[in-house]
Design a protein around this ligand. Structure first.
Ligand SMILES: Cc1cc2nc3c(=O)[nH]c(=O)nc-3n(C[C@H](O)[C@H](O)[C@H](O)COP(=O)(O)OP(=O)(O)OC[C@H]3O[C@@H](n4cnc5c(N)ncnc54)[C@H](O)[C@@H]3O)c2cc1C
Length: 480
């Protein structure tokens, strides 16, 4: 039976209590979008249906009861924790959705320095877990730029990745076990063991599900020794991305594991490093961390490889260290950027993809050329590679444009989606993946079938099996 908004709210209040069912109109409007349509929040020009309520979840039991209620009545549920999503995963595209907010579930359950793993509820900010780990000389190894604001549930739900990924991997390499609630209210707990070969690894149904299959209530992640005193930085300028990719690839296939390994193209290098580079320069940089002997060997290995590329010129490592120390985005930086957009109507967006070594430069060149030719009002265009693997790397396109002759609510259709379209088309043309770490959300759904190819039916079957009534985050990952 279809419930009215009042009935949905009353039903939720009877489950969790009136105090945890937020119906304030301003909060509901703000909760209808995420950073993909952040201009709607910045300029208060909302265009999507507002949710019926934001429910503040305080326990797995509460989540299970809300999910069972939503499943029974066919009400769309949008899981949320840190609210930092960038691809529309939090958008409420149907009226009277429930935004199920796990941020009150913010307890670190255990920090086990013997087994080197920490268990926490979904609403624990990564920064809080990292701070607690460092008090014991440990680190999560996870450092996305949103570390101060993103929470563990969302980080696992989006297959997030951090700045030190070349050493520690993405979140999928860190998650040991999880607890998740499915659309009928059933709770699944996947235990914490170092490895298993008991059939398919079902953690991967949960990791990266973007709230479209289940609600993650608890996660256990690995811990590592924290040895910042050994950190070493290396930086080089060079004149072309092909040279940079060649040197980066040699470092990776040579078996070295710097924690940070990046190349910036001239457009992006100018944004971050203009105080020490010449116009047109690219920047190649590395950071090595870990036990002293490993760091020393890593630095020596990288220096020897880059010495074989005389077009790369070494710069003072303090420039790289200074850049590194200001990488994360906390609430102050985010508020300042929102204010800049409000004042200037100049918008900065990013889109990340990945590909094998043999394809990445083709994608980079083709996408940059098409964006430059086809998109109006650009004020800056560039990109960098920030996460590398033995078989390839990612590309993070970074672009700015002025809003000209359009309202802030028109930004996605006029600028942002056409750029995403170009990047996805060129990535698919050369055989790459259209999403490296921000998730499909709703923004990249038009290309998801082409991303999966002949394996797309497996994704559809997962959705059918775990969300038979289609109440989990409609329009996210798969078309509504
Ligand atoms: C300034 C900035 C910098 C960023 N830097 C990085 C970066 O370096 N690396 C990176 O990977 N990402 C980055 N991101 C993107 C974003 O921070 C990540 O996607 C992050 O993992 C989202 O976590 P969150 O807790 O904010 O999740 P939310 O924004 O609340 O949700 C994200 C998605 O996950 C789903 N979800 C949330 N919680 C749950 C749950 N408990 N169970 C099931 N589904 C859930 C939501 O429905 C949504 O689809 C950045 C974003 C910003 C704004």
């Amino acid at each position: 039976m279809h419930l009215s908004r009042a009935e949905i709210v009353a039903g939720l209040q009877s489950i969790v209590g009136a105090q945890d069912v937020v119906t304030d109109e301003a909060v509901l409007r703000e909760s209808s979008v995420d950073n993909f349509r952040k201009l709607e929040n910045i300029f208060d020009v909302h265009t999507l249906p507002v949710p019926a309520a934001v429910v503040m979840a305080r326990s797995t039991q509460m989540v299970a009861e809300v999910m069972a209620f939503a499943g029974a009545h066919g009400v769309n549920v949008v899981p949320r924790t840190g609210h930092t999503a960038t691809e529309g995963g939090l958008e409420t595209i149907v009226p009277d959705s429930i935004v199920l907010d796990g941020s009150p579930m913010n307890r670190i359950v255990s920090l086990d320095a013997y087994n080197m793993q920490a268990t926490c509820q979904c609403g624990v900010p990564l920064q809080a877990l990292e701070d607690a780990a460092r008090e014991q000389g440990l680190t999560t190894g996870h450092s996305p730029q949103s570390k101060p604001v993103a929470h563990m549930g969302g980080l696992v739900a989006t297959r997030s990745i951090g700045q030190f990924s070349t050493l520690y991997g993405g979140i999928e390499d860190m998650v040991v076990g999880v607890e998740a609630v499915f659309a009928d209210g059933r709770v699944a707990r996947i235990k914490n063991v170092p490895r298993r070969a008991a059939g398919p690894d079902i953690r991967h149904i949960v990791i990266g599900n973007e709230g479209a299959l289940c609600f993650i209530t608890e996660v256990t992640v690995k811990l590592f020794p924290y040895l910042p005193q050994n950190n070493r930085f290396l930086g080089y300028t060079h004149r072309s991305m092909t040279e940079g990719f060649a040197a980066l690839r040699e470092v990776m296939v040579g078996g070295f594991k710097p924690s940070v390994a990046r190349i910036y193209d001239p457009g992006d290098a100018d944004l971050h490093f203009s105080h020490f580079i010449e116009p047109g320069d690219c920047v190649l940089l590395f950071m090595a961390e870990g036990p002293a002997g490993i760091v020393q060997a890593t630095v020596e290995g990288i220096e020897a490889i880059v010495a074989g590329h005389p077009e790369c010129h070494q710069v003072d490592s303090r420039y790289i260290e200074t850049w590194f120390n200001d990488l994360c985005w906390g609430p102050d930086k985010i508020a300042a950027e929102d204010e800049r957009i409000r004042q200037t109507h100049n918008v900065n967006r990013t889109t990340e993809i990945s590909a094998n070594w043999s394809a990445i430069n083709d994608i980079y060149e083709a996408a940059i050329a098409r964006i430059g030719n086809e998109i109006p009002d650009l004020t800056r265009l560039g990109g960098h590679s920030s996460h590398s693997y033995i078989n390839g790397t990612n590309m993070y396109f970074n672009y700015f444009y002025n809003l000209v002759d359009c309202g802030p609510e028109d930004e996605p259709t006029r600028y942002y989606l056409p750029i995403i379209a170009i990047i996805c088309e060129e990535t698919l043309r050369f055989g790459g993946s259209i999403v490296h770490h921000h998730g499909i959300g709703k923004a990249r759904v038009p290309w998801v079938k082409d991303e999966y190819g002949s394996s797309y039916f497996m994704l559809e079957e997962l959705k059918r099996a775990f969300d038979p009534h289609g109440v989990m985050n409609k329009g996210t990952i798969l078309p509504a």
